[in-house]
Write a protein that binds this ligand. Structure first.
Ligand SMILES: [Zn+2]
Length: 206
């Protein structure tokens, strides 16, 4: 069990960091952390994530419908916590590279990364010599339905690939998670760097 105060402090710091890196433009994105088996805390809707205050957070019951004032995307956070007890924090943002690269991977349902040392930043990946897949799901405005589609996609892994602890919504942005806020942050930073590499690689091709 994590105290709400500690979780909120870590999320405020993570949001400031994500904001400074351009991952949360125009009040977009949302950040959450697990408090217990049954509760989590999430950013309120519509606030500037670069200057969050403790009152900008809402406590959620993981098995109840989202409370008023939470972001429309709250069901996507809830589903990750419900489906995996090891998920301790979820960071969602709209960086330019994730927005662009997600559209590139939409048809195949994922983007595959191989040969990058920084893949090792993802929990469970110990070598550059493995293929890491970042699942991509078409965007949708019926977020409850979308949460189900995402869960199905995350549960289906092709043989010979490892899933990154993140996924992309096409033309929308990324969701990244970890056991702690610090782990989720590292995953999101590695994802953005690796997607940036793939974007540059595509540009370098004659
Ligand atoms: Zn979003």
């Amino acid at each position: 069990v994590v105290t709400a105060e500690h979780a909120i402090d870590s999320l405020i710091e993570a949001a400031r960091w994500m904001s400074a890196r351009g991952l949360l433009p125009a009040t977009s994105g949302n950040l959450s952390a697990r408090l217990s088996e049954t509760h989590a805390v999430i950013t309120a809707s519509g606030v500037d994530k670069g200057s969050l205050r403790p009152q900008d957070f809402i406590v959620l019951e993981l098995h109840e419908p989202p409370r008023p004032g939470t972001s429309a995307e709250t069901p996507l956070h809830l589903r990750l916590y419900r489906d995996d007890a090891d998920v301790g924090a979820v960071l969602h943002g709209h960086s330019m590279v994730s927005t662009l690269m997600s559209q590139r991977g939409e048809r195949e349902g994922g983007l595959r990364l191989h040969g990058y040392e920084l893949q090792k930043a993802f929990a469970g990946v110990g070598t550059h010599d493995v293929t890491v897949e970042v699942p991509v799901v078409p965007n949708g405005q019926d977020v409850e339905a979308l949460a189900g589609i995402v869960a199905t996609r995350l549960a289906s892994r092709a043989s010979g690939v490892v899933h990154a602890p993140c996924y992309l919504l096409a033309g929308h942005g990324f969701y990244g998670w970890g056991r702690t806020v610090a782990d989720a942050r590292r995953h999101v930073e590695a994802l953005d760097f690796l997607l940036g590499c793939e974007l540059e690689k595509a540009r370098m091709r004659p």
